[in-house]
Design a protein around this ligand. Structure first.
Ligand SMILES: [Zn+2]
Length: 211
């Protein structure tokens, strides 16, 4: 289970910004534009249930994925609590989202998955590993923005958690973050941190796409 970067990421002052879900289409569009405009490396953990938010951004995101600036990991299709599902349903959730990611972004999420609500256990992890998702992408810093928060609170969370080796969790669910991208980027630069994808932080590669 991955909660923070390896020692090498601490010494090289890397941070991995990860962005989950996508229930807010404007927020997904804002993050896609932010990535395109700034070149900042990001990891998205989208759910296929929010296809209406993500698909319009595929044209912007695909070249960034191709270039390795943006990575996409598996967060399940429907965002259920996996610990409450049968093994077959856990497998379906991951495989259905992987197929959607293949189609939408032209990439694979393998071998990373992020359990919705951070809820997983050894049984869930075993099933996930059985379909290739053997890296559980947890986090050690968060904007705590899965529900609506104020700009001041979000910036306080950023100031608290952006440190070398942090895996930061954000959500594309509420627009608070949209007005704060430049301030967050200023903070990252002031601290001499380098935003990286999980592939870059953990020295992994995208597997070839299925044909
Ligand atoms: Zn989520």
């Amino acid at each position: 289970m991955l909660r923070r970067g390896p020692d090498a990421s601490v010494s090289s002052r890397q941070v991995a910004i990860t962005v989950d879900d996508g229930s807010c289409a404007d927020c997904v569009a804002g993050y896609a534009a932010f990535a395109q405009r700034t070149g900042v490396h990001l990891t998205f953990s989208p759910n296929g249930r929010y296809d209406r938010s993500w698909r319009p951004q595929a044209r912007v995101l695909r070249p960034l994925v191709e270039a390795g600036q943006v990575q996409v990991i598996n967060h399940t299709f429907g965002h259920p609590d996996l610990t409450r599902l049968t093994a077959g349903k856990v497998r379906d959730e991951l495989e259905r989202n992987e197929a959607w990611i293949n189609r939408t972004f032209g990439t694979s999420a393998l071998p990373y998955y992020r359990p919705p609500y951070g809820r997983h256990n050894p049984a869930v992890d075993r099933v996930a590993a059985g379909v290739g998702f053997d890296r559980v992408a947890m986090w050690n810093g968060s904007y705590s923005d899965s529900s609506l928060i104020t700009p001041a609170f979000l910036l306080g969370q950023a100031a608290r958690y952006f440190q070398p080796g942090t895996i930061m969790l954000g959500h594309a669910n509420h627009p608070t973050v949209l007005a704060l991208f430049d301030q967050i980027l200023d903070l990252i630069r002031q601290r001499d941190l380098t935003p990286v994808t999980l592939d870059e932080m953990f020295n992994t590669r995208r597997p070839p796409m299925p044909r």
